[in-house]
Design a protein. Structure first.
Length: 119
C-alpha cells in the first residue's frame, strides 16, 4: 500500500469506529506510539501493546459522545490527521480533546504514531 492508501484506510476505519482494526491491518508488528512527554507510559512498542492500550482506554471510558478525524495530509513517508474526541472518563467530567496525530510509514506499514495535544 502507498502512504496515501494507508492514510485513507486509517481515516476510513476510524470514521466507522474500527480503531483496533487499524492496528491489525496497517501497523508493523514492532510499531512505536508516543504520547506527550509527561503522559503516563508515553511510549508503547508493538502491536499487541498498542491493542492493550486501546482496550485500557475503552475500559476507562464512562460515555462516548463523539469523534471526528480530518482528511490526511501527506508528505513523503509521513501523514498527519486532526482528531477530536468528546467523552467522559470514569470519575471525571465530560471533555473534548483535540490532537494532531502524525504517522511514519515504512515498507507499506505504519512504524510509528505520535500524538500532539495540550496537557
Amino acid at each position: 500500500m502507498t502512504v496515501q492508501q494507508i492514510a485513507d484506510r486509517l481515516v476510513e476505519l476510524c470514521r466507522t469506529g474500527e480503531f483496533d482494526q487499524c492496528y491489525h491491518e496497517l501497523f508493523a508488528a514492532d510499531a512505536d506510539a508516543y504520547e506527550m512527554p509527561g503522559f503516563p507510559d508515553n511510549h508503547t512498542k508493538g502491536v499487541e501493546a498498542l491493542l492493550a492500550k486501546s482496550k485500557g482506554f475503552a475500559e476507562k471510558t464512562e460515555a462516548f459522545y463523539g469523534f471526528s478525524i480530518s482528511d490526511p495530509i501527506i508528505e513523503g513517508n509521513t501523514f498527519a490527521v486532526g482528531m477530536m474526541i468528546d467523552m467522559q472518563e470514569k470519575g471525571k467530567d465530560r471533555a473534548k480533546s483535540h490532537e494532531i496525530c502524525a504517522y511514519v510509514v515504512k515498507d507499506g506499514k505504519i512504524v510509528s504514531e505520535h500524538f500532539v495535544y495540550a496537557m
